[in-house]
Structure formats: C-alpha cells, structure tokens
Ligand binder design. Structure first.
Ligand SMILES: Cc1ncc(COP(=O)(O)O)c(C=O)c1O
Length: 398
C-alpha cells in the first residue's frame, strides 16, 4: 500500500480549500469541498462569459473545457473518445440505460444488493414495464456481491449486470473486477456505478472490464455540483443509441440526415455549463497531481481509525461490511434516530449524512435496517476533526 499523504501535505491542501476553514465536514460521500482553484476556474469562465459573450467565451475556453474529457479519461484509464461529460451520476447512468436496445418480456437484469436506488428506479420504470425482471445477485458472508453466485445465475436471457461498486450506505467495496470478468466472459453488458469510487480509489476501466461506468464530479473528486463523467467502452458504443439527439450529438448532414457521433459524446447534448466544466477540469487535474494511490491510502487510514474509535463508544454500532472498506463509515447510535444525530452534530458545526431505505433498498431490507448515520472522510480530514466528531458523539450517548 503506498504511503498516505503527510500531515504537511494535508495542511497545505486544506489551506487551499475554503470550506476546510468553515466546517468540520464528514459528508464527502454526499459532496466534498472544492479547492479555491476549482472555484476560481468556474468564476473565471463566468467572467469571460460576461465580458466576451457566452458563445465567444465558449470558443476561447474550448481547450480548457475539453481537457475535462482528457483528464477524465486519464483518471479512468480510458480514451477521451470513451468519455461523455454529464451533469452527475444519474444523468449519465440513465442516459446509458435508456440507450440500450428495447426490453422484452422475460429479459433479466442482475443487480448487486447495494444498487443505488436511483438506478433501481430507472430500471424498474422502463424494463419492468416491458416485462423484464430484476434479480438480486447473492452476497457472500462479508456482504459483498459474490461473483461465483453471479456466474451460476447466468443464462441467455440476462441482458444487463449492474453493480454499485461502493454503496451509499456503508463502507463495503464490491469486487468490481471479479464481476467484470464474469460479465465479459459471457458477453453481457456491465454497468458500474462508481459514484463513490471515482476520486477515492484508483479506477481502471480496462481492469474492471465494464461497458459503462459513471460518477459525479462533486464527491471524492471535489469537482463542482452539476458535473459528471460517463465512460462508455469503445466497442460497446455500437450497442447503444441515445434516447434523443441534437445538434451536437447528431448534427444534420448535407442531405439533412442526423449524423450520430462516433464517440461517447453522442450521449451529451449541445447546451452545458462550461464554467462548471472548467471547475471539473481543475478538480481532475488536482486529483491526478495528488495521486490516486496516495488519496486511497490516506482515506483508508483515516476511515479505519474512525471505525475503530466509533466501535469503542458504548451505544454505537458500526454497520460497515466487506473485506476491503472505503472512506464511508455507517453507524447507528442506540435510542437515536439517524436524522436526529445528524441535526445534533450540525448544531456543533459538524456535517454528516444520514440515509433511509430508498437510496439502497435491497441492502437495507436484507439487513433489516431502516436508517444509518454516515460519516465519510476525505484525504483532507484531520485527526483533530476525527476527535471532534468522536467527542460530540460521546456527548450524545451520555
Ligand atoms: C452509490 C451512489 N450512486 C449514485 C449516487 C447519485 O449520484 P447523482 O446525485 O450524481 O446522480 C450516489 C450519491 O448521491 C451514490 O452514493
């Protein structure tokens, strides 16, 4: 495991992060804190739009806005033509799902127990109405999706395997590459929700063997809200047809016929916030400069300390499963509602998240959980912040 970032490096990065001066942020899984430079990249483009005219500013900033695609590709070990720039995870995932061939009665979709509720809603809304069925892949003893159990479920009616790599309700890390090996071996399309992974773990789409992978910019990547990356494997592009096209994704040819783009940008539409793309490009560059191995090692060490200390507080149950764990720490405090815990901490200037059943219904139901409190760390999180959170929780248990 590479070394975590040094305390000096973290101090420097925090000094360049306005939000780090204002709050004790343990909601990086919801949305992390952008750097001052990311903020400045957004502002600078808005200034250009105001002074030069938005269209003219768009042309002037084209190299910068397009660098979000190249840098996104580098981060995922993909090619730039395999990347579409989106407005968040759901926009990309939903567009890719809607671009699959029509669903038929009896088609099967296999999902992990940790599937994000939004993805489930998308699948149920369309596929189930057509008579397709959604089935849950069994998990192993550690709670992870079991690739062998997946292999045993396959037949020629399985049309999609969908995996949420890092769930929204716990620290478990699913074996995305092992699932990908099964999917690829059987030639079944494989979608990975990497909303919690991108910016936190090294991500290699070749190693994962996925056809589609999506993430928002605002989580571990520390990009602005309203940005995201959609990866579509080059060889899979032929199998997807966007639900709609426009002047960008399929400009009209000389004879007036729509000419569908040959790259993943066929999933984009003409109008976008270029200011936010400038911010995303900056955040991507920062993540690459810091290094995903160091980011992962730093987050893993901090989350492990937090988990161990939390588990030692009487009345607190840590709810994370899995063999390998992420920066998201899920817990419940006996006798306290998770939202009430979140509010009580907010009153102390400490931000955490809380989830009910709808974000991860299959896993919550399988484990008999109705809610969880969620403290998620970043490489920016300091030991002093961890101590403040623990002290505030100890107070609540008294
Ligand atoms: C695992 C997972 N998938 C998807 C999402 C939704 O992402 P977005 O709000 O960008 O659509 C989230 C978080 O909010 C998440 O944790």
């Amino acid at each position: 495991m590479p070394a975590p970032l040094s305390a000096d490096a973290v101090r420097n990065l925090r000094a360049l992060t306005p939000g780090a001066q204002h709050s004790v942020h343990f909601n990086h899984a919801g949305s992390s804190l952008p750097s001052a430079a990311t903020l400045q990249a957004i502002r600078a483009h808005l200034e250009r739009e105001a002074t030069q005219g938005p269209m003219e500013a768009g042309v002037a900033s084209r190299a910068l806005t397009e660098s979000a695609r190249t840098l996104g590709a580098r981060l995922l070990n993909a090619q730039p033509e395999e990347i579409a720039l989106t407005t968040g995870h759901s926009a990309g995932w939903g567009a890719a799902f809607a671009a699959l061939p029509p669903w038929r009665p009896g088609d099967r979709i296999l999902v992990g127990r940790h599937e994000w509720g939004g993805n489930l809603a998308t699948m149920r809304f369309t596929a189930e109405r057509a008579g397709a069925v959604l089935e849950t892949i069994p998990s192993d003893d550690s709670g992870c999706v079991d690739p062998d159990a997946l292999a045993a479920m396959l037949d020629d009616r399985v049309r999609l395997i969908a995996l949420t790599w890092l769930p929204a309700n716990g620290g478990l890390i699913n074996p995305a590459a092992a699932v990908g090996r099964v999917a690829r071996q059987h030639g079944i399309p494989y979608f990975v929700d990497a909303a919690q992974a991108v910016g936190q773990l090294p991500v290699d789409v070749e190693a994962i063997a996925c056809d589609v992978l999506t993430a928002p910019g605002r989580k571990a990547l520390r990009g602005p809200r309203g940005t995201g990356l959609l990866y579509v494997r080059r060889a899979f592009l032929d199998q997807i047809t966007p639900a709609f096209v426009d002047t960008y994704s399929a400009p009209l040819g000389a004879e007036g016929q729509p000419m569908l783009r040959q790259d993943a940008a066929r999933m984009e539409s003409a109008e976008n916030s270029l200011a936010l793309r400038c911010g995303l490009a900056n955040a991507l560059q920062e993540a690459l400069d810091i290094g995903l191995d160091s980011i992962r090692a730093t987050i893993a060490a901090t989350a492990q300390t937090l988990r161990t200390e939390l588990a030692a507080i009487p009345g607190i149950t840590v709810l994370d499963q899995g063999r390998e764990q992420s920066g998201l720490v899920a817990f419940n405090l006996a006798g306290h509602d998770a939202v009430a815990v979140q509010r009580a901490l907010a009153a102390e200037g400490i931000t955490i998240g809380s989830n009910g059943v709808p974000y991860t219904p299959l896993d919550m139901q399988a484990r008999g959980l109705t809610q969880i409190a969620r403290a998620s760390v970043s490489y920016l999180t300091t030991d002093a912040e961890v101590r403040r959170l623990l002290d505030a929780l100890r107070q609540l248990t008294r």
